[in-house]
Design a protein around this ligand. Structure first.
Ligand code: PHE
Length: 451
């Protein structure tokens, strides 16, 4: 067993759940989920998404936390500690690469959110021209680059301070505030004219698309992305988890919070979107929330302040996610290559910033549809497909095979049950992790590639 004395641990169980939920809850829920629902045809996407979360992602969440807590190392170190001399460490490498790859476009969108704090507070976005405003704004490459740099700089600053002090504190305040504000917005959205059509779109599935491989693959990728799975972020967070905590309870909490927040975001975007004349959810693209929300804020008393508060919270939620994305490659260079934390943070952040350039610069091509922007397939969308739709599910698949067939489930169960923690439904979990996860993910990926 590796020495663990130098590693940070979470301050408390609530602290861990908050930090893991902080990693999970972010742009994936509030920006990504409604965007994907819009492109995936509405309620049918939601249905497939929920099935992926429950039957594939929740078991893999437990698996990642267990590996991390057993090995107490970064993903690469963890796989090679548990199976020395094998090639399984390459799964960790995939995760380290995915962390940097995802962060490179994620930080650009987080930068948009940061800018919208000012745009909504100052009243710069006029509710009648939200689409054009977003288009002009994102076409300004140097501005996007500057904002990305601010986001990465803030993330790096937190990570230099170590795991516990930064993340736990931010999340403790941000999470309840965000839930409260989302609830208020959802209630307001439900009372807008046209809201009923939005709710129907969101809740009443059109079953003709239920076997569409593109929809299923997107839902699977979105579930992995939203839950921070398949790339070792949860594994790394699990490595800081005390041996006394119950992994299964923590996993259920994180999944419930994350899924609840995503669903809530849909209850805001679709009713308010459909209250706008000529709204087409599938044409919104990456700008969907930036085009819909400012109009919703305009219908509220003190809308400028509410809007600013919303984007402050969204930016904070994004930061607790960027922290976990950056922590995976950083932990790798500290644990395996013995770099100092400071050096690892500095070099990895610089690399990610360079990789972020094309995403920050590639958003000039905005085709207007009504007042809403629809972006073509640009560099950023391509990065999303490569990492979210393929790398994360493949990472999850390999993690499931590793725990189910290589390390074996009884070893994992033993780790979960240390110090008398209970493992409810461990039989079911074993079946899911050994058979259901590997088969379902392989079928979805092969089906997508073939068609
Ligand atoms: N889950 C985060 C979100 O929804 C993004 C993320 C993905 C974070 C993968 C870490 C690892 O915004």
């Amino acid at each position: 067993m590796a020495t663990t004395a130098h590693r940070g641990t979470w301050g408390s169980k609530a602290g861990f759940i908050l930090a893991a939920a902080g990693s999970a809850v972010g742009l994936g829920n509030i920006w990504g989920f409604p965007t994907q629902v819009g492109q995936g045809g509405g309620a049918v996407f939601v249905l497939i998404y929920l099935a992926c979360v429950l039957f594939i992602c929740l078991p893999i969440m437990v698996a990642e936390l267990v590996i991390g807590r057993r090995a107490q190392l970064d993903p690469v170190g963890s796989f090679s500690l548990i199976r020395p001399g094998s090639n399984w460490w390459l799964v960790g490498v995939l995760g380290v690469l995915a962390g940097a790859g995802i962060l490179s476009f994620y930080s650009v969108i987080a930068g948009w959110s940061l800018a919208y704090i000012w745009f909504t507070a100052s009243g710069a976005v006029s509710p009648d021209a939200v689409g054009a405003f977003f288009g002009d704004f994102t076409a300004n490459g140097p501005l996007s680059i500057g904002l990305t740099l601010v986001v990465l700089g803030a993330t790096a600053a937190v990570l230099v301070g170590g795991v516990q002090s930064g993340i736990e504190r931010v999340t403790k305040v941000m999470m309840p505030a965000l839930i409260g504000l989302l609830l208020i917005l959802a209630i307001r959205a439900a009372t807008l004219p046209g809201a009923a059509a939005g709710l129907t779109y969101y809740l009443k599935p059109d079953f003709s698309r239920i076997l569409d491989p593109a929809v299923i693959n997107a839902a699977l990728g979105q579930a992995f992305f939203s839950l921070s799975l398949g790339m070792g972020a949860m594994l790394t967070y699990g490595s800081y988890l005390s041996k006394r905590e119950s992994i299964v309870t923590a996993a259920c909490w994180v999944v419930a919070l994350d899924t609840g927040m995503a669903l809530l975001a849909g209850f805001i975007i679709f009713p308010s979107g459909f209250s706008i004349e000529g709204f087409d959810p599938s044409a919104g693209g990456p700008g969907l929330i930036f085009a819909v929300l400012p109009r919703l804020f305009a219908t509220l008393p003190g809308g400028q302040l509410v809007g600013a508060a919303f984007f402050i919270l969204l930016t904070m939620a994004a930061l607790t996610s960027t922290i976990s994305l950056l922590e995976v490659p950083v932990a790798h260079f500290i644990d395996v290559h013995k770099w100092t934390r400071r050096k690892a943070v500095l070099l990895v952040t610089t690399g990610v910033f360079l990789l972020a350039m094309p995403s920050a610069l590639g958003n000039g091509a905005v085709g207007a549809l009504g007042n809403l922007p629809g972006l073509g397939v640009d560099f950023m969308t391509m990065m999303g497909t490569v990492w979210n739709d393929f790398a994360l599910p493949i990472g999850g698949l390999l993690t499931a095979v590793f725990v189910g067939w290589v390390w074996r489930v009884d070893q994992a169960i033993e780790e979960v049950e240390l110090h008398g923690a209970s493992f409810p439904a461990r039989r079911l979990w074993s079946v899911l992790i050994r058979y259901v996860c590997p088969v379902a993910i392989s079928v979805i990926i092969v089906y997508t590639i073939v068609s």
